[in-house]
Write a protein that binds this ligand. Structure first.
Ligand code: AMP
Length: 375
């Protein structure tokens, strides 16, 4: 049955990082109130929320307090204990559902789900022992990539294995945890598709995004992706099919490898995604609002791109020689600055991003890179 939560109501967000912050800003723009649960004091989302419940995600009492104060709960990240999800679901609708989260936050369940529904994934093996890894390397060949099943992000918890004789060394940090070994995909490009699925099943995807990573962390995203219309349509259809198979309500991000003319699914995220930040300036509806529309049972917004854009992440490394020169970047016409309110600029930590709008994705990328260099 539809559960419609109209503006004016209070929403709950699990996780108070930058995704929660931008989600809370979108919620407030729509007239909602926002309660956030996050263990960190003064986290990015707490700075813009009406209430911050500061507690670990495993604190069931805190989860209950969040649930009874709001009309619906959503997430900014998936690594929430199952017991917390179960506690939330006792009191309030949780969107996306615990079932969808359980699949997307565990690489083994995710890959098995995708493969069993016929969605394209790289050949993989489940690894629980050194023997599994040795057998896996023999079967899949090298190079291959070993990834933890849980809690991995931004390249954390993964290792590229170039030779079979590295198995023991590579396995050591994974001992005692379930992992996935994946065949290396010699991709021509990395793409992502972000789409929202509404309560009634309607699905709307944003235009496909093209991503470039540096040190396993997303560096620059641009759109349009510059791919053939038929491929663009296939990527969106793939995302629609996966969202339907998950029976997901809310936003789904599908990270893809493009290999020749083939699409291979790398990873799913049942939420807004770093590659979609440019939709704030460049799309008819931004990804954060679209997620809330789906979660709250409101009509989905238009997803077309109003202008080509490029987005560049700002990592803590930029602070190495002091505060970046914001004036210099903001002087570039068409460049917008987003900072997440994080106090400690650690290397590799996502502190903010820049978005540039231009006549073409090429021009936007040149502009956003120039603006970031000027920092
Ligand atoms: P992930 O954490 O799985 O999103 O991986 C982070 C990045 O590592 C990806 O965006 C790719 O650039 C690279 N990567 C991950 N898995 C593979 C693979 N099987 N083949 C080639 N590159 C990969």
């Amino acid at each position: 049955m539809d559960h419609i939560v109209l503006p004016g109501a209070t929403l709950g967000i699990l996780g108070g990082g930058q995704l929660g912050r931008m989600g809370a800003i979108a919620a407030r723009r729509l007239g909602y109130r926002v309660h956030v649960l996050d263990p960190e004091p003064d986290c990015p989302a707490a700075q813009v929320a009406d209430e911050h419940i500061q507690a670990p995600y495993s604190d069931l009492d805190a989860a209950r307090r969040l649930a009874i104060g709001v009309r619906v709960v959503t997430f900014e990240f998936e690594n929430v204990p199952a017991a917390t999800l179960a506690e939330l679901e006792k009191h309030v609708p949780v969107r996306p559902s615990a079932h969808a989260l359980e699949i997307c936050r565990h690489r083994v369940r995710e890959k098995q789900f995708l493969a069993s529904h016929g969605f394209p994934v790289a050949p993989f093996r489940v690894i629980a022992s050194l023997e599994d890894l040795e057998r896996g390397l023999a079967e899949l060949g090298v190079p291959a990539i070993l990834k933890t099943a849980e809690f991995g992000y931004d390249g954390k918890g993964q290792r590229r294995i170039a030779h079979a004789d590295e198995a023991a060394l590579a396995f050591a940090p994974f001992a005692g945890h379930t992992a996935v070994l994946e065949a290396f995909v010699p991709f021509d490009a990395e793409l992502s598709v972000i789409g929202a699925r509404a309560q009634g099943g309607e699905f709307r995807a944003f235009p496909v995004l093209r991503n470039a990573h540096a040190r396993h962390i997303l560096d620059v995203t641009r759109a349009p992706a510059g791919i053939a219309p038929a491929l663009e349509a296939r990527a969106r259809e793939l995302a629609r099919g996966i969202a339907a198979a998950l029976d997901l309500i809310g936003l789904l991000t599908v990270e893809l490898f493009l290999v020749g003319d083939d699409l291979v699914v790398n990873e799913l995220a049942p939420r807004p995604h770093n590659s979609g930040h440019g939709t704030i300036e460049a799309a008819a509806t931004d990804q954060f609002e679209q997620h809330l529309r789906a979660v709250c049972g409101l009509p989905l917004g238009q997803t077309e791109l109003l202008r080509p854009f490029a987005m560049a992440n700002l990592l803590g490394d930029l602070w190495e020689r002091g505060e970046p020169n914001w004036q210099a970047a903001l002087r570039e016409p068409g460049v917008r600055l987003h900072l997440y309110g994080k106090k400690e600029p650690r290397p590799g930590r996502k502190m903010g991003h820049l978005t540039a709008l231009a006549q073409s994705a090429d021009a936007a990328e040149a502009l956003v890179r120039r603006a970031r260099s000027a920092l």
